[in-house]
Design a protein around this ligand. Structure first.
Ligand code: FES
Length: 102
């Protein structure tokens, strides 16, 4: 059973918005993509860039440091690289945004 923890509120994530949250030593990047909330490991595996600050087009986030891209739904890279970023299930309860942290 995943353990869902409140990491944000809906008010902190307007459509198109992204937010970085650290919890138990891990950094999460949570995005509101047209009303759907998606969460990915917030630290870019290239050199540690902050994915929450990246540009998002569709479900693709682009790291603000050197442009690596990740699909927020799958964690895969559109370039076809075998690198895969962890993604996390998200659910909303009232105004609370809960992320499956483990
Ligand atoms: S740190 Fe993300 S692309 Fe380099």
């Amino acid at each position: 059973m995943p353990r869902f923890v409140k990491l944000a509120t809906r008010d902190e994530l307007p459509p198109g918005g992204g937010k970085e949250v650290e919890y138990e030593g891990r950094v999460y990047a949570i995005f509101n993509i047209g009303g759907t909330l998606l969460a990915i490991d917030g630290i870019c595996p290239h050199q540690g860039g902050p994915l929450a600050e990246g540009m998002v087009e569709g479900t693709i986030v682009t790291c603000p440091w050197h442009g690596w891209q990740f699909d927020l739904e799958t964690g895969t890279m559109p370039s076809g690289s075998r690198i895969k970023q962890a993604v996390f299930e998200v659910k909303v309860e009232g105004r609370d945004v809960l992320v499956a942290v483990a």
